[in-house]
Ligand binder design. Structure first.
Ligand code: GAL
Length: 832
């Protein structure tokens, strides 16, 4: 888009539930009928390591135009080495995207600690395809949703793009460089440089998000070119002030208009409007505005996330030529200095978690379905908000947040007001500004400059750039210092001065002072907690594991147990809420230890999404509409007869009575934040808690001493999978005793075997110290649990059977029904 001149045309057309709307809808068609959005994920060739520039036959010995200069060569179309057309990549590995090569590497103590002790390096990807002669004249765009970390893209031997953020999507209009017709091969080559890093956590390496090839009419709706975010007007009515960017890559000036239709979940067109025509020069663009009133829509909320579809159709001389569907939700949001956050005018405390983007077994190449899985887990914990720390998320995460009702603080990677980085910020806002889930733009995390005038100015510029594209959501920054001056009053020169919402990372001891210093600004805890615990461990071993009692935290995060952190936030009624560090554990930044820990011990859930004690604690703190009661730890302590075991009841009840083998241990009043703990001399048997609220029994929970494991058990998160090569399901592996009880201390090696239309795409066990391969057909359980991620094969259908066996235990077999689904339209793989 940036090479196109933008002509902004304002055509306000008001039309709604009115006969004209029905007439207008006559001239529209579905996006599938007008544009082709083809997956380019299948069938890439992959080479780990760089390729010498002079390795291209014919390249050796040439001087000025030759490979001794760059891959790029000196002339369009004549790149060298692996960047060239016709390069022989037949010996390379075939991979499908999303792909993270770093997660496939062995752990290595000499590799970067912050990145999780795995080698990163440089790699190449290549993909070839043909386009029929009938595509001539169309707009052809390549889309990369995310490549970690830096990359250069070559198309048909011409260098076409450099990308310097592993989190920003990019699109390349390759229209003038395409070759058409059956015999003409088109070649995409991508050199990925993951030697560099952008963060202090695991970032993976490779083309780890989806890729697409989009064929559109030369007059088309630009990528991310629809802004259709519903707003409530001053009179209380709803309107979608749609702004649509139309582009023209055709040869002549064109006249085009847009039709905007709003459809409910049942597919009924409930409102619409159409613009007057605008003229668009070749290689030009125009922004067309159409305000569409919508009468009495159903609202979107975290409990009832109702979505509508806005269908935007580009019309050339009255004929539909392109269309795009945008999912939207009708909701109001407000951050208020006195009332905190309000959704649909109702106060709602943000019970948030911060999260990086990797998952066990798959690294950062997270299948779309796992975003659903992860958000469902967080909702189960009582969370209603998600911070995309510290970078733009996959768009599929936001789609899932829209569908499931999870509010999102959307964070950019770079605190930088230079043109290139502002362009990344613009891209983020343009891509994400229609999502009802997105409520807050975060412009930075813990920047050195946040404390001074430079930081204030960078934030001012970034804030202004955001406002040009979206005035409906406030900005904030995750700021861990500098809001206060030495006098304890507002520091006149710091980043918070430039932002709508003051973000506070940690600094719980200063909450009152910061509140007083910014009386007119809303405040949110952008980050807190940093609680460390290792799932299923209850004794700290200062070399590698942390006991799971919610009482150990790094020095910089004082007061940061999950309980202490939430208590501090809850005691600030004007705060919008908070985002704990973290929802899920993540690779890299292996706090509080280094090697052998390769992932952090942070997280209410481990790398697989298995709950830790913090999960139950947050559930007790956050869930209000039902009783919550969980006991920690398990009750398998053979060898500790008579010794005191610390027991924590995570509950939202008033009192808890604890019984060991039917005998009352104690009946305690529950502190709503600290909850309740005992020291219980251990004896085998059953430890049971009975919780009361308002004098009535409301919940019971028991842990029992189990027998030895005798059998395995597999529990898939879902029993059906789409046979599309994309859908994925995590399966939990447990060992059970003779009575069918899961054995929480089992650490058994499990052999896996799969048959049918699918495959294992990764395994994990949530152990931060594990150095086992994650692409394997075996896994070792860690404290009673392991996870296997299964994926249905493209065009697959039938029964996918996973078998698990371990020594003399009874094996287990689970069957997932792989359902045939229409194939995702994709670009066929053609060999050169
Ligand atoms: C914060 C930082 C996070 C993470 C965390 C660990 O200061 O924003 O990225 O490093 O500390 O406690």
């Amino acid at each position: 888009m940036n090479r196109l001149s933008i002509l902004v045309v304002l055509t306000l057309c008001l039309a709604a539930l009115h006969p004209a709307v029905r007439a207008a809808s006559a001239g529209t068609a579905s996006p599938a009928a007008l544009r082709q959005t083809l997956s380019l994920d299948e069938g890439w060739r992959f080479h780990l390591g760089d390729i010498a520039r002079d390795s291209f036959a014919g390249g050796q010995g040439v001087n000025l135009y030759g490979p001794d200069i760059t891959y790029h060569g000196a002339k369009a179309g004549s790149a060298w080495g692996a960047a060239a057309r016709g390069y022989d990549d037949r010996g390379w590995q075939r991979v499908d995207l999303p792909h993270d090569w770093v997660v496939e590497q062995p752990f290595d103590e000499k590799a970067l600690k912050q990145q999780g002790y795995r080698p990163r390096g440089i790699a190449w990807y290549r993909r070839t395809f043909t386009l029929p002669a009938s595509d001539r004249g169309k707009n052809i765009e390549l889309q990369f949703d995310g490549v970690a970390t830096h990359c250069t893209v070559y198309f048909n031997g011409t260098e076409v793009h450099h990308n310097f953020s592993g989190y920003a999507s990019f699109q390349i209009d390759v229209t003038p460089m395409v070759r058409y017709g059956d015999g003409a091969i088109n070649t995409v080559a991508v050199r990925v440089d993951a030697e560099d890093t952008e963060g202090w956590w695991y970032e993976g390496g490779g083309i780890y998000r989806h890729t697409w090839l989009v064929k559109r009419s030369p007059i088309h709706i630009a990528t991310d070119g629809v802004y259709a975010n519903p707003v409530k007007d001053v009179r209380g009515g709803w309107v979608i002030p749609a702004e649509v960017t139309l582009a023209n890559t055709g040869v002549g000036v064109a006249s085009a208009a847009v039709d905007v239709g709003v459809f409910d979940a049942a597919g009924r067109r409930v409102a619409g409007g159409r613009s007057a025509p605008v003229r668009i020069a070749p290689e030009g663009a125009a922004v067309v505005k159409v305000a569409v009133p919508v009468t009495a829509p159903r609202l979107w909320s975290v409990d009832a996330p109702t979505l509508y579809t806005v269908r935007t159709t580009a019309l050339r001389d009255g004929t539909p030529v392109d269309a795009a569907d945008t999912r939207v939700g009708f909701r109001t949001i407000r951050f208020d200095a006195h009332k905190g956050f309000l959704l649909n005018d109702q106060p709602l405390k943000l019970k948030g978690t911060s999260n990086h983007q990797d998952h066990a077994g798959v690294g950062v190449a997270v299948p779309d379905a796992l975003w659903d899985f992860r958000l469902r887990k967080l909702k189960e914990m009582g969370s209603n908000a998600y911070r995309t720390a510290h970078n733009p998320p996959a768009k599929e995460l936001l789609d899932a947040a829209d569908r499931l009702g999870m509010l999102v603080m959307d964070e950019t990677r770079h605190f930088n007001a230079s043109p290139e980085y502002l362009e990344q910020l613009r891209w983020l806002v343009r891509r994400d500004r229609n999502h009802p889930s997105v409520i807050l733009w975060s412009l930075f995390n813990e920047e050195g400059l946040e404390v001074n005038e430079e930081g204030m100015e960078i934030a001012r510029v970034m804030n202004a750039v955001v406002k040009q594209l979206d005035t409906t959501r406030p900005t904030t920054g995750a700021q861990n210092k500098g809001q206060l001056g030495p006098d304890g009053k507002a520091n006149p020169k710091n980043a918070a001065q430039s932002l709508d919402v003051v973000g506070i990372n940690y600094q719980a001891d200063d909450y009152d002072r910061i509140r007083a210093a910014y009386p007119d600004k809303p405040i949110v805890s952008t980050e807190d907690t940093s609680q460390v615990m290792t799932r299923g461990e209850y004794t700290t071993d200062w070399a590698k594991v942390v006991a799971s009692y919610d009482d150990v935290y790094p020095g910089w995060a004082a007061t940061s147990t999950a309980r202490g952190a939430w208590e501090a936030i809850a005691r600030q009624p004007t705060f919008a809420g908070g985002f704990s560090w973290t929802g899920f554990a993540y690779r890299g930044e292996p706090t509080p230890y280094g090697w052998p820990s390769a992932s952090s011990h942070f997280g209410a859930l481990d790398l697989c999404g298995f709950p830790k004690t913090e999960f139950y604690v947050r559930q007790a703190l956050w869930v209000k509409d039902r009783p919550v009661l969980t006991l920690v730890p398990h009750w398998n302590w053979a060898g500790k007869e008579g010794q005191p075991i610390k027991v924590l009841a995570a509950t939202n009840a008033d009192t808890v009575a604890l019984y060991l083998n039917g005998k009352l241990v104690g009946d305690k009043k529950v502190d709503p934040f600290k909850m309740v703990e005992w020291q219980v001399p251990w004896a085998p048997g059953r430890l049971e808690a009975v919780a009361q609220k308002d004098g009535r029994n409301v919940a019971r929970f028991a842990v029992e001493t189990t027998g030895e494991p005798v059998a395995l058990r597999l529990t898939p998160d879902r029993n059906a999978l789409s046979g599309d090569g994309r859908d994925a399901v995590p399966v939990t592996v447990e060992a059970i005793d003779a009575q069918g009880r899961p054995v929480p201390t089992a650490n058994l090696a499990v052999a896996l075997e799969v048959s049918g239309p699918g495959a294992i795409i990764g395994v994990g066990n949530g152990d931060p110290n594990s150095h086992e391969p994650e692409k394997a057909s075996k896994v070792t359980m860690y404290n009673g649990l392991a996870q296997v991620i299964l994926q249905g094969r493209r065009a697959g259908s039938g029964s996918l059977v996973l078998r698990a066996a371990s020594g003399g235990l009874k094996p287990f077999e689970t069957t997932i029904d792989v359902r045939a689904v229409p194939a995702l339209p994709s670009v066929p793989v053609v060999a050169e």
